[in-house]
Design a protein around this ligand. Structure first.
Ligand code: NAD
Length: 298
């Protein structure tokens, strides 16, 4: 399978990053969003993003100019996919929006186009039927700030063609990602299957007054020899997201500890407008959090 023309649907937080990363690595990229206003927003963010590429990846002006020249924009779905080898979907994390999007897409996309969803919490099998081409549909999951945290988890569903799965792994590598094959459908892929229980275990120690957040982090950092503990990670993910996950899990499992975690995150943080790194304060103060100082582990 030869990929040349890539369409990115949805140009929000992740979509515009996927588009830029893909164009940076030499592919023609068509960015599709609902209206001109959303597309203009994405365009304006590319300028800031290119500074990150300059700083973090030592990108040259010529490379960045070429990247911009390879990106086109449209709010017409049929035009966006007319010659697409691959469409990467990054529309909102809402099953109804995604299903409606795939139903519409199925009507206008050429037969050759492979569809990949970047959904973080949903499974490809949920949308396989709506795509009208289940064998050419799978998940390609990126992480926020993809040029630095360049993981690409590739996960099919039961009917995904193995050749499509392999082609997506190769594509991920060709746009500078670390390709990570996931052989079975797994909610949360690999990363969140590890990270969420870990973070909730840390929050549980705090909610049950077993230990203070910084002490929990110190324990983990020193004993395992890593630079971040669970509370530093919560600040990075954002308190809002941590709360949403704890609340959803508490509501679906009736787990009392998760309910307590959610209640505390709300009363101690959300209600006070303290949201982690986005507001400069969470379990730590930014831009110079205590865990980055040499004194922290002494
Ligand atoms: P977002 O809300 O920032 O952006 C969504 C974009 O889709 C918006 O620009 C919106 O105008 C557009 N949109 C809405 N309906 C559309 C439609 N029918 N067709 C085309 N575009 C439409 O969302 P996001 O955070 O970028 O998340 C997008 C996807 O990426 C989700 O599935 C999410 O799970 C996944 N993801 C997000 C992150 C993250 O850190 N934000 C990380 C990994 C994966």
């Amino acid at each position: 399978m030869n990929f040349k023309n890539i369409t990115v649907a949805g140009s929000g937080v992740l979509g515009y990053q996927i588009a830029f990363q893909t164009a940076f690595h030499g592919f023609n990229v068509s960015v599709y969003d609902l209206n001109e206003e959303s597309l203009d927003k994405a365009k304006s963010k590319f300028a800031t993003l290119s500074e990150c590429y300059r700083k973090d990846l030592k990108a040259t002006q010529a490379q960045l100019d070429d990247t911009f020249n390879r990106i086109s924009y449209t709010s017409d779905l049929a035009a966006a996919v007319q010659d697409a080898d691959l469409l990467i979907e990054a529309v909102p994390e809402d099953p109804q929006i995604k299903t409606a999007f795939y139903q519409q897409l199925a009507k206008v996309a050429p037969e050759k186009t492979i569809f990949a969803t970047n959904s973080s919490t949903m499974l490809p099998s949920q949308f396989a039927e709506a795509t009208g081409r289940p064998e050419k549909f799978l998940a390609l999951h990126f992480a926020n700030r993809i040029w630095r945290f360049n993981t690409a988890e590739v996960m099919g569903h039961a009917s995904t063609d193995p050749a499509v799965f392999d082609a997506l792994l190769a594509f991920a590598k060709s746009i500078g990602m670390l390709p990570l094959p996931v052989y079975k459908e797994q909610p949360g892929y690999i990363l969140n299957s590890l990270l969420l229980p870990f973070v909730m275990a840390g929050l549980g120690l705090w909610a049950n007054q077993v230990a203070d957040p910084h002490v929990v982090d110190k324990t983990w950092m020193k004993a395992i020899g890593v630079p971040l503990g669970p509370f530093a990670i919560v600040d990075i993910i954002g308190i809002t997201t941590a709360y949403n996950i704890a609340k959803l899990q508490a509501d679906t499992t009736q787990n009392a500890e998760l309910a307590q975690i959610a209640a505390l995150l709300k009363s101690e943080f959300l209600d006070k407008g303290i949201l982690g790194i986005p507001t400069g304060e969470g379990f730590y103060h930014y831009p110079n959090p205590a865990y980055e100082s040499a004194e922290f582990l002494k």
